[in-house]
Design a protein around this ligand. Structure first.
Ligand SMILES: C[S@@+](CC[C@H](N)C(=O)[O-])C[C@H]1O[C@@H](n2cnc3c(N)ncnc32)[C@H](O)[C@@H]1O
Length: 258
């Protein structure tokens, strides 16, 4: 079976609901990834206030809201209409200004060289045409613009953990659906090559993953599956953040060459 991107329409009205499986991406994933992105901004001495940031594959807007709170002018783009509606509604009810539109990463409704920061989080392994998405991203970024990303590596370990444990194995899987396809996972070398082909210079890659111990992870996935803890709680208990190994997931940044 192929990857099921329709799930973001089926479940996309509940991104912010802790009992919704999509909320697993929030609890510790959002803060874990955002901590790293803020650190990149700090190291690059980039003041985010007023910068235009494009959240490509924004889902329910978890990271779009973080960047908006940092002072960026954020535009969140996603092919899932339901997700975009949810993201827009949540930002409005939180008093945050975020622009949202239904769009694919392969065809961004943004002018050439108009964006200061673009980011794709947990999205690149969902797209059917990675080259096209990176090409579009490079097109809309200003020279010197910053590209932030996280994605899943294609290794034996990611097959075991992300495909077998979280997707195939009934007692621990998050949803009864093909959230991911192992064939679409991207090795850091493949991503580096693809970025380079489109004028984005990879500056750094580092591991992203749960820092909780393995036994507790397994038991918490089972508890979430049985409804004993929410997916929001599951995510917090995973304590996702920067780790040494890039064998399962990684995050990093690239800069558009001038
Ligand atoms: C796992 S979710 C990540 C959502 C969000 N970036 C986050 O980290 O909270 C993957 C998202 O990618 C979106 N997506 C799927 N195919 C896409 C494409 N071709 N271009 C842009 N986004 C896409 C889905 O609709 C979904 O919202």
């Amino acid at each position: 079976m192929g990857i099921d991107n329709q799930i973001y329409d089926r479940l996309g009205d509940g991104w912010w609901d802790e009992t919704n499986p999509l909320n697993t991406l929030n609890g510790s994933f959002t803060p874990g990834r955002f901590r790293y992105f803020r650190d990149v901004l700090r190291r690059l001495e980039l003041d985010p206030a007023g910068l235009l940031a494009a959240d490509i594959g924004c889902g329910g807007g978890f990271l779009a809201e973080e960047f908006a709170q940092l002072g960026c002018r954020v535009v969140g783009l996603d092919p899932s209409e339901v997700s975009v509606r949810t993201a827009r509604g949540h930002a409005e009810s939180s008093g945050l200004r975020v622009g949202y539109a239904v769009a694919m990463g392969e065809r961004l409704p943004l002018a050439d060289g108009s964006v200061d920061i673009a980011y794709c989080c947990d999205v690149l392994e969902h797209v059917s045409d990675l080259d096209r998405v990176i090409d579009e991203t490079a097109r809309v970024l200003k020279p010197g613009g910053l590209y932030l990303f996280d994605t899943i590596n294609r290794t034996r370990l990611s097959k075991l953990l992300v495909i077998k444990l979280l997707q195939d194995w009934q007692p621990t899987r998050v949803v009864d659906s093909e959230l991911h396809s192992w064939a679409l996972f991207i090795t850091p070398a493949e991503l580096a090559e693809c970025l380079c082909r489109h004028g984005l210079r990879l500056a750094e890659i580092t591991g992203l993953g749960p820092r909780a111990n393995k036994a507790s992870l397994l038991s918490n996935f089972t508890r979430a599956r049985r409804g004993r803890i929410s997916f929001g709680e599951l995510s917090r208990l995973m304590d996702v953040g920067q780790v040494d190994s890039t064998a399962v997931s990684y995050l990093g940044y690239a800069l558009k060459t001038a």
